[in-house]
Design a protein around this ligand. Sequence first.
Ligand code: GDP
Ligand code: MG
Length: 370
Amino acid sequence: PETISIQELANRMAERAVDVIRLLMKQGQMVKITDVIDADTAQLIAEELGHSVRRVAESDVEEGLFDTADTAEELVSRPPVVTIMGHVDHGKTSLLDAIRKANVVSGEAGGITQHIGAYQVTSPLGGKITFIDTPGHAAFTAMRARGAKVTDIVVLVVAADDGVMPQTIEAINHARAAKVPLIVAINKIDKPDAKPERVRSELLQYEVQVESLGGDTLEVEVSAKAQTNLDKLLEAITLQAEVLDLKANPDRVAEGTVIEAKLDRGRGPVATVLVQRGTLHVGDIVVAGAEFGRVRALIDDKGANVTEAGPSFPVEVLGFNGTPEAGDRLAVVESEARAREITDYRQRQKREKAAARSATVRGSLEQMMS
Ligand code: GDP
Ligand code: MG
């Protein structure tokens, strides 16, 4: 059921909390300023204080933001979005860097100077591949917790000199829970003590059966350091993507997910957004989490300004009024008024949740003290 704290109710009416408390007491309810009351009681109190009430349900605010379906004819192939996972020191960062470097066309403007949290490369088989450049389970888990599904394929990096380790197993479990297919990259094969065969048999214990052992999980032996077989890894990703038949409608208002966000001294809030449906344009009014803004500029992974970004394209979005959070879903809305309504509502929700949390903490502290 919907609830509101006494403090929040008083704030919204611009009344004093003591007056709200006094009215509630008159009705026989003993409450403190931090207590929450149900929406019906709140409405009675508000009306008694001479305010008119408009009850806004979550569905009024959130409906229509993400739920319009596309027809089959509107769907067009889109690049796969790939996350690299694996045990610490097995070479996730090295592999991401090596793939990016190997793919830079000489003389390309900006080169690889830009780090925006995601980048695109061209596959040797044609087509693009998008890598989320924030390896690690924390980012993946945070996004999943917010209901954001951004990854199509997980590349599981296992160092050939170290084998399957705890975070390798964790990554397998994450991918399985998210129903995302794995490609195994057996890394560090340049090392004299590399034992790729051992990695293959260890993976079997966790029900990951690679192709060379008769299974259907693609595998590639690579060396991030020696830049060995990086093309083969990109080919495997493209093949896996073809099986997944990834599509999106580019001709609709954009939806996406915030991959990273920060407050930049010169540029203000900067969010790296992965567009997942539709096309994002400069000038669009966007909401992400509890923040909104009008897109002032879009910057791609090479540092170039672009006017639009379609499905699976990562871009930096400038123009937010506040800094959204990684994992926040982004939607385009028709007006600033609508953007404000949605984000006001979400900010209230956030405040109320925080207040409820601190009330619980306070309550249990009081219990501990007594
Ligand atoms: P991460 O923790 O998974 O991101 O691992 P890093 O990319 O930071 O790599 C950990 C260490 O392994 C670093 O010292 C790298 O230089 C080294 N390393 C990564 N890939 C290779 C490789 O293919 N061969 C060798 N010999 N060393 C590697
Ligand atoms: Mg790393």
